[in-house]
Design a protein around this ligand. Sequence first.
Ligand code: IMP
Ligand code: MG
Length: 180
Amino acid sequence: MASVNEMISEEQLRIRVEEISHEIADGMGGEDFTIVGVLKGSVVFLADLMRALHRRGLCPEVDFLTVSSYGESTESSGAAKVLSGLHQEVTGKTILLVDDIADTALTLQHARDHLLSLGAREAYTCVLLDKPARRRVDFTPDYHGFSIQNVFVVGYGLDAANRHRCLPYVAELKEGDGAE
Ligand code: IMP
Ligand code: MG
């Protein structure tokens, strides 16, 4: 059986999302920017972040990208690929790329390069979780919520083979004997 153990509570998430929205509002220096969320893991964080940004007086446009790297596995395949694209023009725009987690960081690096290749002026990155121990490329997100150890986490948008996204908190998923 796999077990799901709460690691970051709803209250901790709420407080930290408010703080990040402050950091973004200060850090983006009043510049107009567009949020690009990486589907599907970013959606819960993104929805809370958008409303927190609104409380700071910001209401950026929002678009989405799908990038694949894992399939249904919990290990990165090492190759990130943009699967479906933006609905809006990004040429000349400042982008805040939002994802659930920077793990190997191949996804974010690839997505950022993709946006810049489409002519974005700047592409900043924001993740809820950062797992620096797993990096395979030299990449530091501009904004991050929590730095975590090398454990597999689910909830608050993060999944394991499309399960557990709806948990309102972040939990560590511990695989047991695989008999789940
Ligand atoms: P990357 O290895 O940084 O490219 O991460 C690729 C994607 O894997 C992330 O966008 C997440 O959706 C997913 N991922 C990485 N680590 C975890 C985890 O601990 N739990 C759930 N998804 C993860
Ligand atoms: Mg993802």
